[in-house]
Design a protein around this ligand. Structure first.
Ligand SMILES: Cc1cc2nc3c(=O)[nH]c(=O)nc-3n(C[C@H](O)[C@H](O)[C@H](O)COP(=O)(O)OP(=O)(O)OC[C@H]3O[C@@H](n4cnc5c(N)ncnc54)[C@H](O)[C@@H]3O)c2cc1C
Length: 587
């Protein structure tokens, strides 16, 4: 096939499109300005919707959700945990709404069963005592990172080029037609390099798909067309353990803070819905975190006393056809829209896909790939609903793998779940396979596999394995993960990669620094700053340190006094502190 397509955006939608088009025989290049999942996909709640949430307000979205929920359970087994979900009614919550929700679920073919308050508490013992009843639905938890990586891997297997850290700076228009994109290649510490950093490349394509979500308006503007995305931010708060094992939703009309999703070893509280101007620059405020805990502890009271390990924000790529005039972002449909710019703006060669949800990413990709096929007169069928993603082939019974490796431990169980059908290849080696990240039970072999796939980018390793994402937030494992880069990579590269991972872990902790989490954070700082010297790393210093003097045990009397400090300082272990390098020094 000679059709070349450039897909812009490496979130769920873009990677899903790249996979679908590559499977249908197109020559696909996907460009993403950050790493895969850099945008909203890496900052969502992790809920595989059953559709129950939209069963009253948006039934077409609800139907799409349940259909895709069923598909993803089949094709992405190793990314999905079928936790089940409860729509919980408390005393005082409207009966009419509960009935409407139930009826909506039934109309949309969402399996829904009413359970009493007592039964709901048997399923979830920490639910509030005044829970009256609940509707049980097939909600689940889904790992967006593994899912996108699996889509990208499948696209590559079908011949696609996936280019991360490649920002589209221009959409090329010639004679009134889109003919490709211009990208700037970037690199830096720990980043995977495909092309020379700092260079610009023109990627010529017969067709361009704009799958940049909340950024779609900006990319549209490069081509001179208006795409009216309405970015809407939401906060999510990560709790230290799974306070619930089922997705718990409050059964009442739209509101903030009404979902708890159990996700791997944590529970994620969310969320809010507030329109913002800029998808990259918006306030992240402490009161938003408080609101999640205060409101959701009405449903699950132990949340009030639990530890918040981090928080993060994402922006929804909401879209409304022009002229609808909705002022409240919670009223904007969660449906998706395909904007053919030839039809809309008389600009052939470009289509944008906007709106939608993570749960429906595959369907969105199918629709846009059908559309691209039409442009080329290609009849190839979509196969993405039937062919499992890499890692999900033949893993019907993960327990069999456990037997195969003689493993019965929870660690092995978690590893095999994460690795899916890659388990034999990764865990089957004869080398020792210690656990490197103890909170998430990630073993050395898994980290090696992720390094093979993503190079020195330890945040990409984290996303593939979950290493450093648990209770300690990297306090005990960042350095161990980084040291696995050696000896393949040299020492400065390893140090830079370690710093990048460590800083990324701090970023999300800032809003939850109280109580036990403050102690945990102080411990982490002490470990890395002092024990591992990350605040004043001697190896990163420009002037050469005379380590020999320290190692030889030379007396501090041999050294010229540092008069600038008034008194000379001696380190606690008897070694010499370097100039301007004391407890208050600024190196
Ligand atoms: C708070 C919140 C919670 C959510 N929870 C859920 C949930 O639980 N379940 C669910 O189903 N959905 C959920 N969603 C919705 C879901 O996350 C999004 O609909 C989905 O992730 C959007 O994916 P996308 O690929 O379209 O966009 P993105 O993931 O944002 O991908 C677009 C990509 O384009 C890239 N890009 C932008 N500009 C350029 C450029 N110039 N050059 C190259 N690349 C560029 C970005 O870096 C980004 O990676 C939630 C959304 C939010 C905000």
């Amino acid at each position: 096939m000679d059709g070349t397509v450039a897909v812009i955006g490496g979130g769920s939608t873009g990677t899903g499109i790249a996979r679908d088009l590559a499977m249908r025989g197109f020559d696909v290049t996907l460009v993403e300005k950050g790493n895969l999942t850099h945008g909203t996909t890496g900052r969502m709640h992790g809920l595989l919707h059953s559709g129950g949430r939209y069963a009253v307000s948006d039934r077409s979205s609800a139907r799409e959700c349940i259909e895709e929920n069923r598909v993803l359970r089949e094709i992405a087994t190793h990314c999905v945990e079928m936790t089940g979900g409860l729509f919980v009614q408390k005393e005082g919550d409207a009966d009419e709404y509960f009935e409407e929700k139930l009826e909506g679920c039934r109309e949309c073919d969402i399996p829904a069963e009413v359970v009493s308050g007592k039964e709901a508490r048997e399923i979830e013992p920490y639910l509030a005592k005044d829970v009256k009843r609940a509707i049980r639905v097939p909600d689940g938890a889904i790992d967006p990172f593994r899912l996108c990586v699996a889509n990208a891997a499948s696209a590559i297997e079908h011949g696609a080029r996936i280019e991360t850290h490649a920002k589209v700076t221009d959409v090329l228009v010639e004679d009134g037609e889109v003919v490709g994109v211009e990208v700037e290649h970037e690199s830096g510490p720990g980043k995977r390099v495909h092309r020379k950093p700092g260079t610009t490349e023109e990627i010529r394509a017969d067709y361009v798909v704009n799958a940049t979500g909340a950024w779609a308006g900006r990319v549209g503007a490069m081509a001179g067309v208006d795409v009216e995305v309405r970015p809407s931010k939401g906060v999510m708060v990560v709790m230290n353990t799974r306070q619930v094992d089922t997705v718990v939703n409050r059964c009442r009309p739209k509101g903030d803070a009404d979902i708890i999703v159990p996700h791997e070893t944590a529970a994620i509280l969310g969320t809010t819905d507030e329109e913002v101007e800029d998808p990259e620059d918006y306030p992240e405020e402490g009161w938003e975190v408080d609101l999640m805990i205060d409101t959701l502890s009405e449903l699950v009271p132990i949340l009030k006393d639990a530890r918040t390990i981090r928080s993060f924000w994402g922006v929804r790529p909401l879209y409304e056809p022009p002229g609808t005039g909705t002022t409240d972002p919670t009223d904007i449909t969660r449906d998706f829209f395909l904007l053919d710019h030839e039809e809309r703006d008389d600009l052939p060669g470009l289509t944008s896909i906007v709106g939608g949800k993570f749960t429906t990413y595959r369907l969105m990709a199918e629709k846009i790939s059908d559309h691209v096929c039409e442009q080329f007169g290609v009849e190839a069928e979509c196969r993405t609903a039937d062919e499992p993603l890499p890692g999900s082939e033949d893993i019907g019974n993960l327990e069999e793998y456990m037997d195969e490796f003689g493993l019965r431990s929870p660690i092995a169980k978690r590893s095999t779940k994460r690795l899916g059908s890659f388990s034999p290849q990764v865990l089957g080696g004869s080398n020792p396979n210690p656990v490197v990240c103890t909170c998430e039970a990630v073993t050395s072999a898994e980290i090696d596999k992720a390094i093979d796939e993503s190079g020195t980018d330890l945040n990409a390793v984290r996303l593939r394995t979950r290493a450093s994402m648990g209770n300690c937030q990297g306090a005990f494992c960042c350095q161990g993960i980084a040291s696995q880069l050696h000896p393949t990579y040299d020492e400065p590269t390893v140090r830079d990669a370690y710093d990048e991972l460590y800083q990324e872990r701090w970023k999300g902790e800032r809003h939850g620094l109280w109580g036990e989490q403050l102690s945990q954070a102080a411990l982490k700082y002490a470990l890395h700053a002092t024990t591992l010297n990350r605040d004043r790393d001697p190896a990163a210093r420009e002037s050469d340190l005379d380590f020999a003097a320290f190692d030889d045990g030379r007396s501090t009397d041999d050294v010229e006094p540092d008069t600038s400090r008034g008194t000379r300082e001696t380190a606690a272990d008897g070694g010499r502190l370097p100039p301007n390098e004391g407890p208050d020094g600024d190196s």
